[in-house]
Design a protein around this ligand. Structure first.
Ligand code: PLP
Length: 374
């Protein structure tokens, strides 16, 4: 795979074929990955078929999925008692599979509620009649900050939290102390953006379309001891054990999505050089935009400073009219996807792994120029 150089990017921008993608999800993918897909699409590894036409039982596809699993294991330094699974249905199906598979009989489940996505996750445990305990975000901050001081019921089956809150742009810098209870995390919007210690985690999941690949699949990392909880009575497709036993090939998996994930992981390992390197780049990108916000008279950050996300920078302008003209002018200048989530409005720049420093620098410059003019 070719290393993505700035020259490559410029070539595309000059041709006006590509824009700066700040989408919240589906989101930017590394240009070198897209090129690789394009170049080999009609004849995948000499098969004379495209990746979307070959059998999911073929050796060729097995190589792809095994490579994606191996790379995930290496990038996260997973020990042998963790399994890497690919499950369709996005992060949202995990909201329901988690309580279904992992709530222990007669014991509560605990959720830290830090925004829209954790609220949705919590709802799925309620729907199933589980004994749900909720640790709320600080009151009156409207999800712009994270809870700091809380106790977890030691009887809890698990403690669920959202590592990065995609909509309001808050992120746990240090993961919550689970106080001995297995941690479960929705890492959809910051998975593989930084290194972390997986050992406190019983399960980690991420919808691929934010930081890892195209839509169509969630990556689930689950520890062996958690699998012992899975009730026999669940439908086959909703049991984590099915995906472990059949190596995510019980039925036809989303082959194209898994293939692109494997390419993104290859890029992460070989071009970027792993998660420590990725984190450095991500920190630099985020600080470029937060710097503009902190020095500005018109941009106001949504998240409280010590809860700020490296991945999603949410900000507002003084009034709706100025926001609209900012978004329109940004769009005209090739900066796409900056509109905030429909539930909160405002603006949001998603700076996932594949968004280049070059794109972020250009956005920072654009924001400064826009402020000077307005
Ligand atoms: C986008 C997102 C989801 C929803 O993902 P789907 O794959 O669409 O179900 C869940 N959690 C977080 C944190 C997200 O950012």
């Amino acid at each position: 795979m070719k290393i993505e150089s700035l020259e490559d990017l410029r070539e595309d921008f000059i041709g006006e074929k590509r824009v700066h993608i700040f989408n919240a999800g589906p989101a930017a993918l590394p240009l070198s990955v897209l090129r690789e897909v394009q170049e080999h699409f009609l004849n995948f590894r000499g098969s004379g078929m495209s990746i979307t036409e070959i059998s999911h039982r073929s050796t060729l596809f097995e190589e792809v999925i095994n490579d994606a699993i191996d790379r995930t294991r290496r990038l996260l330094k997973l020990s042998d008692d963790y399994h890497v699974l690919f499950i369709q249905g996005g992060a949202s199906l995990q909201f329901c599979m988690i309580p279904m598979n992992l709530a222990l009989p007669g014991r509560p489940v605990t959720y830290i509620n830090t925004g829209v996505w954790s609220t949705k996750a919590t709802k799925e445990a309620h729907v199933q009649g589980k004994d749900v305990r909720v640790i709320p975000a600080p009151e009156d901050t409207d999800f712009s900050s994270l809870p700091t001081d809380f106790t977890v019921d030691k009887q809890s089956s698990y403690l669920h939290f959202t590592s990065n809150n995609t909509i309001k742009g808050t992120q746990w810098q240090q993961f919550p102390d689970a106080q001995g209870v297995p941690l479960i995390s929705d890492m959809s919007s910051d998975f593989m953006s930084r290194p972390f210690d997986v050992r406190p985690f019983g399960l980690i999941y991420a919808g691929a379309q934010k930081n890892l690949g195209p839509p169509g699949v969630a990556v689930v990392i689950i520890r062996e001891d958690m699998l012992k909880r899975v009730p026999d009575t669940l439908p086959t497709m909703l049991k984590y054990t099915t995906y472990r036993d059949k190596k995510s090939l019980f039925n036809t998996p989303p082959t194209f999505a898994i293939y692109v994930i494997d390419l993104v992981l290859t890029w992460l390992e070989e071009t970027i050089g792993g998660l420590t390197e990725m984190e450095k780049v991500n920190k630099e990108k985020a600080s470029l935009i937060y710097e503009v916000i902190d020095e500005s008279e018109i941009y106001q950050g949504v998240a409280e400073v010590n809860s700020r996300s490296m991945m999603n920078v949410a900000f507002r302008l003084p009034d709706e009219k100025l926001e609209q003209s900012f978004l329109a002018e940004a769009g005209n200048n090739g900066f796409k996807g900056l509109r905030g989530h429909r539930s909160v409005g405002g603006c949001r720049a998603s700076l996932y792994n594949a968004v280049t420093i070059d794109s972020v620098k250009s956005l920072a410059t654009f924001m400064r120029e826009f402020e000077e003019k307005s």
